[in-house]
Design a protein around this ligand. Structure first.
Ligand SMILES: Nc1ncnc2c1ncn2[C@@H]1O[C@H](COP(=O)(O)OP(=O)(O)OP(=O)(O)O)[C@@H](O)[C@H]1O
Ligand SMILES: [Mg+2]
Length: 325
């Protein structure tokens, strides 16, 4: 685990910003950290980058304590804050050189490194442009280049996609995947689950300082869904109408264990049966066997992909409780 926190808490005066956070991020993951405004995302990220001390609990980055071994942690982490600072009359290349110097990178190594990073984030053509004249998306990419100057193992990016147009978002996603394939672990925050769903290997959902769920994407989805839905299509028997065939399948399913609901949807373009089950994969396979054994000509039997955004809205219903999982 490249990131590990144990009972991590942070108070601001009387406000609990983080409540007993137990979070782990495996090496090589793209970890999406999702939650509404004020959930505690930035607070967590600032603690993991040693910019903020926890009130209680512990956090480790690459095995180093964020309280006791701050210098070691900083060598392992690149942080992209949600706000790009103000830099008067400084060119992109000067900006990176300034931070490279701050990281103690030798002057003779810097030009090559900076060139490579500008190329990586596709800003080679803007090397001499003034930083403040860059568009928001370009500033984000420059900021990302900055986080990589000291070749950290872990990149912590606080809402890098906010304010980007759809095309820039796609490009950012591609860039992050590329960084992941270079061996980096990435922690990225967002309010928008769908923005992260496609590229993340793991997600954590936080609300009002409570981690509601954390783990690999498939497991989270499974644990958040009380039951799963399947769509099935079939062929009617000789002389039977499709509607009658669907009804017969529904009647059969409703008699099986673990079937929460089953109904025919005839008004759809492709009439089908919708099945809800609270069973496991074994149950699902038994249900299919039962249909086939009863002579139902099943042509399609597929799990419905659940909408991540819907899951998110259900979990973060505004009343954060640890009982969700
Ligand atoms: N410096 C501070 N002083 C007092 N309270 C703070 C401070 N920073 C954060 N908080 C409080 O801590 C809680 C968590 O804030 P945080 O910035 O971590 O949330 P966030 O998930 O990053 O939200 P957003 O999506 O809006 O960026 C909020 O209730 C916020 O008001
Ligand atoms: Mg924030």
């Amino acid at each position: 685990m490249i990131v590990e926190t144990h009972g991590l808490s942070r108070m601001y005066g009387g406000t609990v910003a983080l409540n007993q956070l137990n979070l782990t991020i495996p090496q090589g993951a793209i970890y999406g950290f999702i939650g509404p405004n004020g959930a505690g995302k930035t607070t967590t990220m600032r603690i993991l980058t040693t910019l903020l001390l926890p009130s209680s609990g512990e956090a480790f980055v690459a095995g180093h304590s964020v309280v006791q071994e701050r210098a070691a942690v900083r060598r392992q982490v690149g942080f992209m804050p949600d706000f790009f600072g103000v830099y008067d009359s400084m060119q992109a290349v000067e900006y990176l050189d300034f931070f490279a110097a701050a990281y103690g990178i030798a002057p003779d190594r810097r030009p090559r490194l900076i060139n490579d990073l500008l190329a990586l984030v596709d800003l080679g053509h803007k090397r001499h442009a003034e930083v403040m004249s860059l568009s928001r998306g370009m500033k984000q990419r420059l900021s990302l280049a900055r986080t990589m100057l000291h070749d950290p193992a872990l990149l912590i990016l606080d809402e890098p996609a906010s304010g980007l147009d759809p095309r820039a978002r796609v490009e950012l996603r591609e860039l992050l995947k590329e960084l992941c394939s270079m061996g980096k672990t990435i922690m990225i925050s967002s309010h928008i689950l769908t923005e992260l769903a496609e590229m993340c290997t793991h997600i954590g959902i936080i609300e009002r300082g409570n981690l509601l769920a954390s783990g690999d994407v498939a497991t989270i989805l499974r644990s958040l869904q009380p039951h799963r839905s399947f769509e099935l299509q079939l062929l009617p028997a000789e002389g039977q109408s499709l509607a009658a065939a669907l009804d017969a399948a529904v009647a059969l399913l409703l008699n099986q264990p673990h079937v929460v609901a089953a109904r025919a949807v005839v008004e759809a373009k492709l009439p089908h049966v919708l099945l809800d089950t609270d069973g496991d994969d074994r149950t699902v396979s038994t249900l299919l066997t039962q249909l086939v054994t009863a002579g139902v000509a099943v042509t399609h039997f597929a799990a419905q992909v659940s909408d991540l955004e819907e899951v998110f809205m259900r979990v973060t219903d505004g009343s954060a409780s640890s009982g969700v999982l």
